[in-house]
Design a protein around this ligand. Structure first.
Ligand code: HEC
Ligand code: HEC
Ligand code: HEC
Length: 154
């Protein structure tokens, strides 16, 4: 038998058995690799999400104070409403002093109160907002008192 005949015989028997048993393990291995690569974005994201969240950092000044405007649980869920209220009262009524339910007195100011005590905006406000995919535009106008004038203009 010449080479050509051997080849056509081999391919004939291959197509008859569909897959020669010796090749099966390679095909299965190939499928596993393919499925693994194909679903890469899915399990990559699952791994990423279960990775530990970078915790927000409390500044030394905040730690020393030991309190916020309201208890922490309320601050987490309501700080945006507080800022909105403060803005409205300051801008519409010209009143700048806020007394908390616990009797503490604060000046109603984003820069001079919140960012004075939380003087690490990047590791506190920004880090949490990045994690939660929140974009705020406040700093387009308000200044971060920890930054230089030039940095604030950027
Ligand atoms: C287009 C510019 C601009 C943007 C953007 C802006 N503000 Fe203001 N905001 C002002 C001005 C002007 C005042 C009045 C300043 C004053 O009377 O002391 C003010 C006052 C305030 C006050 C009370 C005074 C103070 O010192 O903070 C708060 C609180 C406040 N804004 C919160 C916010 C928050 C929160 C955001 C983002 C959601 C925001 N602002 C976005 C311009 C802006
Ligand atoms: C005198 C310092 C001080 C001021 C002023 C202050 N905070 Fe706080 N803030 C703290 C402290 C301390 C905590 C942590 C409280 C705790 O762990 O019980 C905190 C907690 C928070 C939290 C929750 C953080 C977390 O880990 O989940 C948010 C959000 C927050 N503050 C936002 C603000 C905003 C917005 C303002 C202005 C309206 C503000 N803070 C003003 C000291 C301050
Ligand atoms: C523990 C996490 C956390 C921290 C810390 C935090 N924020 Fe937020 N902030 C959020 C989340 C989540 C939202 C969105 C809430 C929503 O849309 O209901 C938000 C929303 C806001 C908004 C409203 C944005 C909008 O356009 O609706 C403002 C303003 C804001 N944060 C200011 C601050 C400031 C200033 C600080 C730091 C002093 C701060 N936040 C710290 C989690 C945080």
């Amino acid at each position: 038998m010449n080479d050509k005949a051997e080849l056509s015989n081999a391919s004939a028997s291959a197509s008859m058995k569909l897959i020669p048993s010796g090749d099966k393990k390679w095909i299965i291995l190939g499928l596993i690799i393919f499925v693994g690569l194909f679903t890469f974005p899915i399990w990559y994201n699952m791994l990423k999400c279960s990775a530990p969240i970078q915790p927000v950092v409390l500044s030394a000044k905040a730690k020393a104070a030991g309190y916020c405007v309201l208890p922490k649980s309320e601050m987490v869920s309501a700080h945006m409403q507080i800022l909105d209220e403060w803005r409205d009262i300051v801008v519409r009524e010209g009143e700048r002093t806020y007394t908390s339910p616990s009797g503490k007195i604060f000046t109603m100011s984003l820069s001079n109160t919140c960012l004075d005590c939380h003087n690490n905006q990047a590791e506190f406000c920004d880090r949490c907002h990045q994690y939660a995919s929140v974009k705020t535009y406040c700093m387009d106008c308000h200044v971060n008192p920890s930054k230089s004038l030039k940095e604030n203009m950027q």
